[in-house]
Design a protein around this ligand. Sequence first.
Ligand code: PEP
Length: 263
Amino acid sequence: LVSRENHGSRTVVSVAGVPIGGDTMTLIAGPCAVETPEQTLAAAMMAKSAGASLLRGGAYKPRSSPYAFQGLGEAGLQILADVREETGLPIVTEVVDAHDVELVASYADMLQIGTRNMQNFALLQAAGEAGKPVMLKRGMSSTIEEWLMAAEYIAQRGNLDIVLCERGIRTFEKATRNTLDISAVPVAQNLSHLPVIVDPSHSGGKRDLVLPLSRAAIAVGADGIIVDVHPHPETALCDGPQALVGADLEALAAMVATLPAAV
Ligand code: PEP
């Protein structure tokens, strides 16, 4: 179902009217985690000023440590919905449990499946039945074939509105949080008709890598990028070191403004 072979044209996924794929280069930005209404609104305004057409933000955070901030749950979804009302930006947010899919889908414009859940097949199937577009991040230790098979689980349930997201994979290299597999973008685009976007924030894990990796994503023909921003990264409850702010955000905005088909 997701293979390019049996599909004439490339798919353009519409997220509440915002296209991902086709001639557009879509910027998705927002905080890694929803923390407070004020922080989320400030991050959304930053995202908008940088040219983002979709707001990201996690209310359910699948953290490596059980002692780390786990997200606000439904209260976080309500904050996102309020900020959407205020900014007009549709919401992309992660769901981590099949039992929460209906609830998250009732708030979200697009469901995000994170790297740690790429092969959570019950979750993929539930997301496939939720009636909302799905962003499927590549498992950090998954091959491209496994990634496409995971997308197939969603598609099999009748949902072809799937966006693939390359977010870096595990390698021996420790200088970066993950190794951005930039070649995965054209490889996945050749094998599948689905749009492929890049997450330079979670791959590099460092603010100063976000711009160079974003440029790489654009150069290689990605259909979009998803970037963390935070009004006060030094006090962020999740992934502050990779969040853009100030001059780095302005540099992203300047770059997005030069894209011929920026949304
Ligand atoms: C995220 O985007 O908030 C996230 C946790 O990403 P990943 O699943 O790629 O680690």
